[in-house]
Write a protein that binds this ligand. Structure first.
Ligand SMILES: [Zn+2]
Length: 456
């Protein structure tokens, strides 16, 4: 069963006003999951999400998780048809940056641009995917489509796993499609198939009950900051970034030549990368090496070193204690548990007085780089945007994706619709009709592709 291109084009034109109206309503609810004062707004967001699905002819419900709820709904066409779950989130980042040129929670529509916090992350893509689904259902495509709208993504999905235990309200699908990622360049669809994991660690050392005068005690007193710096430099080569913890790289699944080639088809440019993040210099300027490092290699990063005196000038104290703030980005098939154990053992050998404590962790994710689902994503993106996507990996982490993989053990694919210039987590966030309309088309095609694959 294929989607008729002309009829789909007409649907996209007709549906634009509805898309804009719904996006406006969603953006104007400040559903900031990080801000406890916005709990009421999160509830309002869940209710609006519920209403939107019901108005589109879906059955839908609000699923309680112990934290913020999940909106779950969908259209059922037959038990012998494949079932796909679309994952998006309707909570947003705070919007306190002074650079906002307008009220972040007042929706503004201008020449096909839709401005406001959450427009591109992730309310616009959520609506585009849902409207693509609505079209496939209207056309009688033999597929069951489930919609999962989370409200805790921006705080690491702490209750998502609890939500998935409601099997009746959130049934296990045959596959999942996630729309919450960013292309590398406009006009070049890029779909991730892997995510890095994360392990946060605090490394502390206390050698005295308080800071002491270095003129009176220096020479005999131990210096915890200096000792922590020694530990840090034993863990990572600061110039190359190479991690020196024994066994750290043992489980790393190195990207193949084909994967690196695909990274380079994403439109990645070294110059733009440097500009976007304000870098004067980099560890390497080879694009293949940069993309491998930021998407498919693990890191050991030092975020802060505290203790002693941090004010202006020099105050001559010997600190009583110090703390290194560290995190490691992990890649398939590393696990944060194992890496934490390796680090702890190594540091104990380097300096038995140093304490190593875990500060949260996320497992890495690796989906398929080839196979029928990947082919379906390729054809769908081509139909929506006129170009086959590059398959890349993401350097960041989406906790909910790993939870769905562990719980359901089904293929998870990505069809992101956001562009770098849209300003994920940044001031003056926007989405645009070009990405929305291409997205509605791509999703409609994707569902028809999945229906064609049948129940697997
Ligand atoms: Zn997001």
């Amino acid at each position: 069963m294929t989607v008729k291109a002309q009829r789909l084009d007409a649907y996209v034109v007709e549906t634009r006003a509805r898309f804009e109206d719904l996006l406006g309503q969603m953006v104007e609810i400040p559903s900031i999951s990080m801000d406890p004062a916005k709990a009421e707004d999160i509830r309002r967001m869940a209710n609006l999400g519920l209403q939107v699905l019901i108005n589109q002819g879906a059955e839908a419900q609000i699923v309680e998780t112990g934290g913020y709820p999940i909106v779950s709904g969908g259209w059922t066409t037959g038990t012998n048809h494949p079932t796909v779950t679309i994952y998006n989130h309707l909570d947003v980042q705070p919007a306190q940056e002074p650079e906002w040129k307008q009220e972040p929670f007042v929706f503004r529509k201008e020449d096909g641009l839709y401005c406001g916090r959450g427009a591109t992350d992730d309310k616009g893509p959520a609506l585009a995917a849902m409207l693509g689904a609505r079209y496939a259902i209207e056309q009688g495509v033999p597929i069951n489509i489930r919609v999962l709208w989370e409200l805790e993504e921006e705080i690491g999905s702490p209750h998502f796993f609890a939500g998935l235990k409601h099997h009746a309200a959130i049934p296990k699908p045959d596959s999942v499609v996630v729309s919450d990622t960013i292309w590398i360049a406009k006009g070049r669809p890029a779909m991730p198939y892997g995510l890095r994991g994360l392990l946060g660690v605090r490394v502390t050392l206390r050698t005295g009950s308080k800071d002491a005068h270095s003129g009176v005690t220096g020479g005999a007193a131990r210096n915890p900051l200096a000792e922590l710096m020694e530990v840090a430099s034993a863990c990572v080569d600061a110039k190359t970034g190479k991690v020196k913890i024994p066994g750290f790289y043992n489980d790393v699944d190195e990207p193949s030549k084909a994967e690196i080639k695909s990274f380079l088809r994403s439109g990645f440019q070294v110059r733009r990368f440097k500009e976007a993040y304000g870098f004067h210099t980099l560890r390497t300027h080879d694009p293949a090496e940069i993309t491998r490092r930021i998407w498919a290699a693990p890191t050991f990063e030092i975020h802060g070193l505290t203790g002693g005196y941090q004010g202006p000038g020099v105050k001559t104290v010997v600190p009583g204690q110090g703390e290194l703030k560290v995190s490691m980005r992990l890649v398939p098939n590393q696990t944060p548990e194992k890496i934490f154990a390796l680090l702890k053992k190594y540091v104990a050998r380097l300096n038995p007085n140093v304490k190593v404590e875990r500060e949260g962790m996320l497992h890495p994710f690796k989906g398929s780089f080839e196979g029928p689902y990947v082919e379906a994503v390729k054809r769908a993106a081509k139909a929506g945007f006129g170009k086959e996507p590059a398959f890349i990996r993401e350097g960041g982490s989406i906790g909910a994706v790993v939870t769905m993989q562990k719980t359901w053990k089904v293929p998870i694919l990505f069809m992101g619709l956001s562009l770098p210039e849209h300003g994920y987590h940044a001031p003056n966030e926007y989405f645009d009709w070009g990405q929305a309309s291409g997205g509605i088309k791509a999703f409609a095609h994707y569902f028809s592709e999945l229906a064609g694959m049948g129940k697997r």
